[in-house]
Design a protein around this ligand. Sequence first.
Ligand SMILES: [Zn+2]
Ligand SMILES: [Zn+2]
Length: 348
Amino acid sequence: MPTTVNAYAAPSAGADLIPTTLERRNVGPDDVLIDIKFAGICHSDIHTVRGEWGPQSYPLTPGHEIAGLVAEVGSNVSKYAVGDRVGVGCMVNSCGECKNCKAGEEQYCLKGNTGTYGAEDRDGSITQGGYSTQVVVTQDFVLGIPEGIELDVAAPLLCAGITTFSPLKHWGAGPGKKVAVIGLGGLGHMAVKQAAAMGAEVTVLSQSLKKQEDGLRLGAKHYYATSDENTFSDLAGSFDLIINTVSASIPISDYLGLLTLDGALVSVGAPPEPLPVNAFALIGGRRSFAGSLIGGIRETQEMLDFCAEHHLGSEVEVISADKINEAYERVMASDVRYRFVIDTATLN
Ligand SMILES: [Zn+2]
Ligand SMILES: [Zn+2]
């Protein structure tokens, strides 16, 4: 029998989210039923439910930063047992057969991964996300949350945490490396924590010095305001790696000038308009301008284990479900330090 669960959903593009119910499928042989305890609010939830990233099917329940406990498992499930602490991130399936899936990079599935909400599932239904009390997910896309991180601060790791961890690993952040993080928000604050824990020397590049104290407390060694024109000349040629977490348009060529020989500037945010890049800024130091999308399932587990080992969670503000619309406004105004997390007990 499908289960009816409490949820919050947007009834149409641009409408406020409202309390509702939705159906979760039967627990199949490979499925895990999860009692959701916390769901993070990600910027992409807001863009998606508002229809800003293309047309959606409504009503739509967003949420792809899910942390909870296993409530039931199917007959083939070997990875998890009832009561286990688990999470679900941005995807709930992929083809499993293409080159990228076989390499454990399911986020780059050549047939497209199945998003946790607003995507067409294998059975043709539209996936519904984590602002709800339960979810059913195939075991291969369920992550284990180790002891050592509380579930509320673990939830945002499932999107924000892996979005920053994957490029830090891929581009070799570690001892002896200088890493800069552009923007200290939901993504940026995790990049700072993780890069520092990896042993890199971390610098925050923020519009102002408003959050300097936070940045240094989270692990940055230096903090610069990009509104100060001296910043770009003082830091020219400094960094091995720059992680750009800002989804607004920024002068990329100016930032490329901050890279050392062979340095890379990696964007994880997505501004809606194309960014102009001056080729001389790349040629001059054999520099790269790259992008990165979340991480594969194996790497997401590695990230959770790393964060538990180093006691790294997200900085969160836990809210009740009736505050979701207000929280959306505050996210858009950058008025959150650093992630809202919904206590799903308030959905009952
Ligand atoms: Zn997200
Ligand atoms: Zn695939």
